[in-house]
Design a protein around this ligand. Structure first.
Ligand SMILES: NC(=O)N[C@H]1NC(=O)NC1=O
Ligand SMILES: [Zn+2]
Ligand SMILES: [Zn+2]
Length: 501
């Protein structure tokens, strides 16, 4: 008995004060494991909060899932007494990124990426909402049934919110009730390819399919996203006979800017249906991953001037890299449309900065390392797709700084515009009533993306960003009020939700 008193009691006292300390300091995770923070009512305080009304020094109040107030420093002191405060100093507080173009490959190809690793990478990169593409998973999301398989695969496996695009393919394009069932089941819009997609159960569409798709989308007020490249007679494989498949220039030759230009020219013959008073008014056309900054972009400008409901995105890889720097056989850089020369890159930045390009997306399209064919470095047969999901924030910022990019522009390209495209009114802004989807990051902090950097994508080795020095480090990511990521660590439970229209 005396032993018990002398030895065990002090230990118990120590243990309970330890537990009490953690409880009071809020370092304990939430009871359901969704958050690394115990509080559900708190303030995020910083000198640089990016709001729709400009950058302010102040605090954002979060209660449950929503932002309940946004106050300037001078007004904050009075009201906040007693509340839990997360002090972030000079770090930037802005809306979590919305990536409207990611291939997460679940179900069916989770060896390529999958919902758990893809959404963990997103959270670590400051992305709080992803819209998953209908292809690269198996089966492709082209029907109500296949959407249900997506949703089932996502449930309890996603660390950020995930919405879905449905596929517009020749097999469903002229069957309006079938397409309506897919839209009613909750896809945020449709996606189609004007050239072979590289995926057998996702065949390409022509403008007649696209015209039919737009007329159905008009009833739902949702967009069609199009991969705008068409095959030309002049770019048949046979014309490349004798060209070195390990040379990036051979690949460039196989996909000239004219492929984009011609596709967009064709698209505009049907996007005019979306104009006010047109037969598909209410529908919207969105050109994904534009690479050609010359004629293709001019055509889109013309369509906008003529009242078509049309927008365009480009991706960080077209803004970060140029053909000149891609080494022989380095298929990490292979994507479609291809990364073009440095002069084109300059023009893309210019168009983005002045608003001719509306927004950014990752087009994260990973695969298994074997399909990148690093052994023989054949650009013509390796998988085309850039792995980038976790890095888009620092990549955009690091390269954008040279072009005078502002924090407000970062929010426009990665928050406001993509939220609008995906129909998410409660996302993409630090505003009262919006979801508390927030990223806290340091724009000045530089780092090497090396082995010491915590990466969460499934196959980091296939990403062309590995080994690069970047600026812009994510400290913390909040999703619907939950602190889901903090300095290399995720909340235990996968508490993202599926977003259905
Ligand atoms: N299927 C697929 O992901 N294709 C994508 N990859 C790429 O580089 N461009 C694409 O459209
Ligand atoms: Zn594409
Ligand atoms: Zn894609």
């Amino acid at each position: 008995m005396e032993v018990l008193q002398r030895k065990i009691l002090p230990l118990l006292t120590l243990l309970s004060s330890f537990l009490l300390y953690y409880y009071l300091n809020g370092s304990r995770t939430s009871h359901n494991g969704c958050s690394l923070l115990q509080h559900s009512h708190y303030w995020i305080k910083s000198k640089r909060i990016v709001t729709p009304e400009g950058i302010i020094a102040g605090a954002v109040e979060v209660k449950g899932q929503k932002i309940t107030s946004v106050l300037k420093e001078k007004d904050w002191h009075e009201i906040s007494k007693g509340g839990h405060v997360l002090e972030y100093g000079e770090a930037v507080v802005m809306p979590g990124l919305i990536d409207v173009h990611a291939h997460l490959d679940d179900p069916g190809r989770s060896d390529w990426e999958g919902f758990p690793s893809g959404t963990k990478a997103a959270a670590a990169g400051g992305i709080t909402t992803l819209v998953d593409m209908p292809l690269n998973s198996f089966p492709s999301t082209v029907s109500e049934e296949t959407l249900k398989l997506k949703i089932k695969a996502a449930e309890k496996n996603i660390y950020v919110d995930v919405g879905f695009w449905g596929g517009l393919v020749p097999g469903n394009a002229f069957n309006s009730s079938y397409l309506e069932a897919l839209l009613q089941a909750g896809v945020l819009g449709l996606k189609s390819f004007m050239c072979p997609s590289g995926i057998n159960d996702f065949p390409m569409t022509d403008v007649s399919h696209i015209k039919a798709g737009l007329s159905v989308l008009a009833k739902f007020g949702r967009p069609l996203l199009v991969h705008a490249e068409v095959q030309l007679d002049s770019t048949k494989e046979s014309d490349l006979d004798g060209d070195d498949p390990q040379s990036y220039y051979t690949y460039l030759k196989s996909r000239p800017p004219l492929m984009e230009e011609e596709a967009i020219r064709q698209l505009l013959t049907v996007s005019k249906d979306t104009s006010p008073g047109g037969p598909s008014e209410g529908a919207h056309l969105h050109v994904v991953h534009l690479s050609d900054a010359s004629s293709s972009l001019e055509l889109i400008e013309e369509a906008k001037r003529n009242g078509h409901s049309i927008t365009v995105e480009t991706c960080p890889h077209y803004l970060a890299f140029s053909a000149e720097e891609i080494s022989e056989g380095d298929t990490r850089f292979k994507c479609a449309p291809p990364i073009r020369d440095a002069a084109n890159k300059e023009k893309l930045w210019e168009a983005l900065v002045i608003g001719k390009i509306d927004m950014l997306s990752s087009d994260h399209s990973p695969t298994v390392p074997e399909l990148k064919l690093f052994g023989d470095g054949n650009f013509l047969s390796a998988w085309g797709g850039i792995s980038s999901l976790q890095f888009v924030l620092p990549v955009t910022w690091s390269h954008g700084r040279k072009y005078g990019v502002t924090l407000e522009q970062m929010v426009r390209w990665w928050g406001e515009k993509p939220a609008k495209l995906a129909g998410q009114q409660l996302k993409g802004a630090i505003a009262i009533g919006s979801y508390a989807d927030i990223v806290v990051w340091d724009p000045d902090k530089e780092f090497y993306l090396d082995d010491n950097y915590p990466t969460f994508i499934k196959h980091p080795s296939i990403s062309p960003y590995l080994g690069k020095r970047l600026a812009g480090k994510v400290f913390a990511t909040f999703l619907r009020g939950n602190l889901v990521y903090k300095e290399g660590k995720h909340a235990r439970a996968a508490c993202g939700v599926t977003i259905l229209a």
